[in-house]
Write a protein that binds this ligand. Structure first.
Ligand code: ADP
Length: 446
């Protein structure tokens, strides 16, 4: 404003002086000369003011305006010397510092934003007026929230557990931890942490962090079920053994041949216990992360013949015949001999166990669709379609009553499945109740 005035005054004075020279009657050359002496310094003063003060100050003012509009790269150029030069250089160094600070703040803001976006934990913040001031994609996905920040918290997140937690955190300032179960769109177990934080405006807000612990809870349940199942499986033969021993001790031992059935029972049940422990150890070994397969090129015909040979005795006792069909020119397969043997052996075991007298078991090797296939086909009792999805679970048996007679452990197919996964392959099954089943091991061709 002052500058404008000074400039205005100097311009007005120059104008008046010029006008005086031309309007006054030319009475004397002295007057003209006097007027010229007035005009020239005033004009010179105006030009000087404009070049040294007004224009530089205008550049500073323009730079300041652009800076406030967000152009942080702006600098005052071409102003040097004097107080205004100092002002320009102070402005420039302030601009450099502010630009660096703003870039730093922006970098840390985008880093925090990036972290929030990529976190698997859900995060959201509720302010005291009940609005969501922040919500990350994980929280939106877990809680099925369509709206973003600024939505009303109670409308966006409709689970009452969160409303109570927010009240507790905001009003009392206590941190809160709660397990929340969601049932739609699918069942989920959440562990939610709520704590007080300061929002950008300085007022206290409630910060929530959500951990999805569904998988963790499921594994916990699997572990609990497994321990319960193992205990039950071990207890059953032990109870039978204890009963038989008691009967023997109570006198059956002294009767002629009276003790034999009980001793046989003890022998059967201890064999069953042994099988169970072997299968459990096998399963633990396969499941342990450290299990490394020792793969080698196996001669498939020899490998399958050996496995069939090992089951000949049991097959004969059950009245079941076994044959091998090699339907591939590819004679070798890359696999772990011991583990692959375990898988084939379990399938042969079942094919005999769940067969009928006079039935057959065909073992077939073939190559199709980039996989080496080993089929074990039987003419046995088959599996009801609704049970097929469960037979690879540990301890699952279709016919619980029959499993006592067959001495089965319910672990055989779980072992097969794990062995195949360790090889990068898988196991398939097709079955018709009353007609038979076909289990197929698919080894990848490498
Ligand atoms: P198990 O020790 O009981 O044989 P598995 O895990 O090998 O345990 O098999 C699980 C269940 O799947 C068996 O109890 C049986 O009911 C069914 N099953 C497996 N193989 C066959 C088969 N070849 N024919 C009919 N049922 C079978």
């Amino acid at each position: 404003m002052t500058l404008k005035l000074i400039a205005g005054y100097s311009l007005a004075a120059a104008t008046i002086a010029v006008a005086a020279v031309f309007l006054l009657p030319r009475q004397a050359d002295g007057i003209v000369l006097g007027a010229a002496l007035v005009i020239l310094p005033v004009v010179w003063l105006h030009l000087l003011l404009s070049a040294r003060v007004i224009r530089p100050l205008k550049s500073v003012a323009e730079a300041a305006r652009r800076f406030t509009e967000g152009d942080f790269s702006v600098r005052v150029m071409g102003v040097a010397g004097g107080e205004i030069g100092e002002l320009a250089s102070a402005f420039n160094s302030m601009a450099v510092h502010l630009e660096a600070k703003i870039q730093e703040l922006e970098a840390s803001r985008s880093q925090i934003e990036g972290i929030l976006q990529s976190m698997t934990e859900g995060v959201f913040v509720v302010d005291p007026s009940g609005r969501l001031t922040l919500i990350n994609p994980a929280a939106q996905q877990i809680l099925q929230v369509g709206s973003g920040p600024n939505a009303l918290f109670k409308e966006a997140i409709r689970y009452p557990e969160f409303h109570l937690m927010a009240e507790q955190v905001l009003k009392k300032g206590y941190p809160a931890v709660q397990d929340v179960e969601l049932f739609t769109p699918m069942e989920r177990n959440l562990r939610v942490y709520g704590t007080r934080c300061r929002s950008a405006g300085g007022e206290p807000s409630a910060l929530f962090v959500i951990h999805d612990v569904t998988e963790f809870r499921r594994l916990e349940q699997v572990r609990r079920d497994f321990v319960a199942n193992v205990s039950h499986e071990l207890k059953t033969p032990l109870t039978v053994i204890r009963g038989a021993v008691e009967t023997l001790l109570e006198g059956a031992l002294n009767e002629e041949n009276g003790g034999r059935p009980f001793v046989e029972l003890i022998s059967e049940e201890s064999e069953r216990l042994g099988r169970l422990v072997d299968d459990l150890l096998g399963l633990a070994q396969i499941e342990s992360k450290g299990m490394l397969l020792t793969k080698q090129q196996m001669d498939v015909k020899r490998f399958l013949s050996e496995e069939i040979e090992r089951h000949k005795g049991r097959a004969k006792a059950a009245g079941v015949s076994m044959t091998l069909e090699m339907k591939t020119p590819l004679q070798t397969l890359m696999a772990d001999r011991e583990q692959a043997g375990r898988a084939v052996s379990n399938l042969l075991d079942n094919a005999i166990k769940y067969n009928r007298p006079g039935g057959t078991v065909i073992v077939r090797a073939s190559v199709r669709d980039g996989a080496y296939r080993v089929d074990v086909e039987d003419t046995g009792i088959g599996i009801p379609p609704e049970q097929i999805g469960r037979i690879f679970e540990r301890f699952y048996r279709v016919d619980k009553a029959r499993s006592r007679e067959t001495g089965s452990t319910g672990l055989g197919l779980a072992i097969v499945k794990h062995v195949m996964e360790a090889h990068g392959g898988f196991v398939q099954v097709e079955s018709r109740p009353g007609e038979g089943s076909r289990f197929t091991l698919l080894f990848p061709l490498v």
